[in-house]
Ligand binder design. Structure first.
Ligand SMILES: *Cc1c(COP(=O)(O)O)cnc(C)c1O
Length: 356
């Protein structure tokens, strides 16, 4: 038998989650965010399931080319635009849309000679302080970009830093509405959390990512409550069982110590499979459908669980690391990270399966 780990992808769930995004988006167009190999779910697999999306957004140029080569004709937005002049001919040839966020990019666009037009999402920094132009400069900047012969449509864009949190988006929306927005220009604002929480931020192009994969971005609403279904289930099995006596320890660093006679299950999944090494004692794992706590540290190829609550577990017992029956965001929270990091870390060596 092969090593039992597998990532299985539920494409019906992906379509369901897209329908949820569609309902929240109203009349706004949906730019499905598929950066980082579609958050670890497989670029072309996800594009196929989301072929009805009005556009795709990602930042890897080679993946954008793969999408075009696979026949996708909708808008493809490069979320960080371009990094050097050498990319511009590729962008023009494949009719990609680019995020423009810096003076350096503008300088390069000014030197571009082409008969075709590139559509631009012009990015403004309304508080995230990562990418984007200052809102106070918007009037002159929009005129400057509009005047470039290679620029087609302009969509005014920003990104929220706290759409899922207590600060919300009002403060950034105010900045955008007062200093950036203007009649005649389309707008793109919302990520998943903003799309789910703030109808006023829908604009013309919404950019949902994480919700499409079935994870809730909101602390106070589970995926289930939002109508989202997990797309990726990371599964494996128990490959060994150890009987511990009081005082025995488990794994590197002896981080877990038995206080009684107990059974420990060894699961074929480690950090080389993409499971985070920051998880240890107590992080939830499903064995035979029962939630059990991790015991000790995650090692490269294995992790261990306390089988006290599943006395019938044996070598071969099925294990779910996250996905069906165990929301990835719960595992992430217990491990001190976010669902995004777990999903997009899935390693190449993990065999995949998909179902419709
Ligand atoms: C990744 C990303 C998104 C999607 O965010 P989610 O929280 O996954 O919905 C939207 N916009 C930009 C600019 C991004 O980089």
């Amino acid at each position: 038998m092969a090593r039992p780990i597998q990532a299985s992808f539920d494409l019906a769930a992906l379509k369901n989650n897209f329908a949820v995004a569609r309902r929240h988006a109203g009349t706004a167009a949906i730019m499905a965010v598929i950066k980082a190999n579609a958050y670890g779910h497989g670029l072309l697999r996800v594009a196929r399931a989301l072929a009805d999306a009005d556009g795709f957004a990602l930042l890897e140029l080679d993946d954008a080319v793969r999408l075009r080569d696979a026949g996708y004709r909708q808008r493809i937005l490069l979320l960080e635009g371009f990094f050097s002049a050498a990319e511009l001919p590729v962008i023009v040839h494949h009719e990609f849309t680019i995020m423009v966020h810096s003076r350096e990019q503008l300088q390069l666009l000014k030197t571009l000679r082409t008969d075709k037009k590139i559509d631009v999402f012009l990015k403004f920094n309304t508080g995230m302080n990562r990418l984007g132009f200052a809102p106070a400069d918007s009037a002159g900047l929009i005129e400057e970009v509009k005047a470039l012969s290679c620029v087609g449509k302009i969509v005014l864009t920003t990104h929220f830093s706290d759409a899922e949190g207590v600060s919300g988006i009002d403060w950034q929306m105010r900045e955008f509405e007062n200093r950036v927005a203007r009649p005649g220009y389309a707008r793109s604002l919302a990520n998943s959390a903003a799309l789910l929480r703030f109808p006023e931020a829908r604009g013309d192009w919404v950019r949902p990512g994480i919700m499409l994969y079935g994870a809730s971005p909101l602390e106070d609403a589970s995926a289930q409550k939002l109508g989202l279904t997990s797309v990726m289930t990371l599964k494996s099995a128990i490959i060994s069982i150890q009987q511990l006596k009081p005082g025995d320890t488990v794994g590197y660093g002896s981080l877990f110590s038995a206080d009684r006679n107990m059974r420990i299950g060894v699961v074929a999944c480690g950090y080389a499979d993409g499971y985070t090494r920051h998880a240890y004692n107590g992080v939830p794992v499903l064995v035979e459908g029962v939630r059990v706590p991790m015991a000790g540290r995650v090692s490269m190829d294995m992790l261990c669980v306390d089988l006290t609550n599943v006395p019938h577990a044996a070598v071969g017992s099925p294990v779910v690391l996250w996905g069906e029956g165990l929301p990835v965001e719960e595992v992430a929270a217990a491990a001190g990270t976010v669902s995004y990091e777990l999903l997009c870390a899935i390693a190449r060596r993990v065999p995949v399966a998909e179902s419709d």
